[in-house]
Write a protein that binds this ligand. Sequence first.
Ligand code: GTP
Length: 361
Amino acid sequence: MREAILLVGGQGTRLRPLTIATPKPMLPVAGFPCTEHQIARAREAGITRIILGTSYRAEVFESYFGDGSEFGVELVYAVEDEPLGTGGAIRNAARYLQSGPDEPVVIFNGDVLTGVDLVGLVDKWKIAQAAVALYLTRVEDPRAYGLVPTDDSGRVLEFREKPTTPEEIVTDQINAGCYVFKRSVIDRIPAGRPVSVERETFPELLGSDAVVIGVVDDGYWLDLGTPLAFAQGSADLVLGNAPSPLIGSRAGQFIADDTATIGDASRLSAGTHVGAGAHVASTATVAASVIFPGAHIAEGADIQNSIIGTGAHIGAGSILTGVVVADGAVVGAGVELTAGARVFPDARIPDGAIRFSSDKS
Ligand code: GTP
């Protein structure tokens, strides 16, 4: 195993407005882009060459990661002029692969935080002589995911995208967004048009009797696609509950960048991360939240399970719970925002002006 493809070209609509300026995989999770955590884990597993399949805001990746040498891997960029979907992106990246037709290529969705045993996944792919091995995880409520039932030997029985009725929920195993493909199987994905690997490629492989196996790994897994999940994933990394070689021994109740300024009587807890140059004033409370670089949290503010964008200001005594404040926005003093509120980039909320809650009761 030497090569991987990382799919990082999605629009990240569920994380808007944070993804207006920054693609989802580049948003800082515990201080580093999700892509950087993934590159570090891939490198740890022995991968030396990674193709980044980019589309939305492709330039942001190249200016951060360059040729990959600073990150210990060789990085190549496969840019799509028009988004090609997950399968199309894999096919588009294939022209840069150096692996032979029977060799394994590891593929990751760019927004998945996981402790999956990559070496073990490749081993199982090899032993089964599979076309594709999928990493599966188990979740309590699988409705938002693609279900992947398997037989006793691990062979995938079907792919069922986002079930709606109870009868359709045939398993708690879901597609965890990481695969091992035989190189020659990638080359057979149609080129030059959008393809969904989940809806088209996998069902076609099953239809042609190809060996497709599912490997259930009950280690840490989280899809960072929504604001609450994003804040949760960052907190899990900071607390040391999610594995990343980039955090290591710094794990604890909070991590603040060396250049952040933290007031003496402030309370930071539950996996909060405070980014470079950010300021948290005395008497502010921040729990399980992500404070992006250059953000400013004033005295007595109380922030829980929220994401505060780059350079945003939160006024004194404001209370934010489960909120996304985008880059450059200003929330005045004494404002209360709860339950899914999203403040757009550079928006200004006057002092004490709004009590927002999506709770209609
Ligand atoms: P939402 O719009 O919020 O659903 O997020 P998303 O755009 O990232 O879509 P989704 O989470 O379903 O995508 C799964 C993974 O595939 C993510 O890592 C995306 O970056 C990636 N992805 C989705 N569509 C494309 C595409 O057209 N091209 C490339 N290169 N990657 C894609």
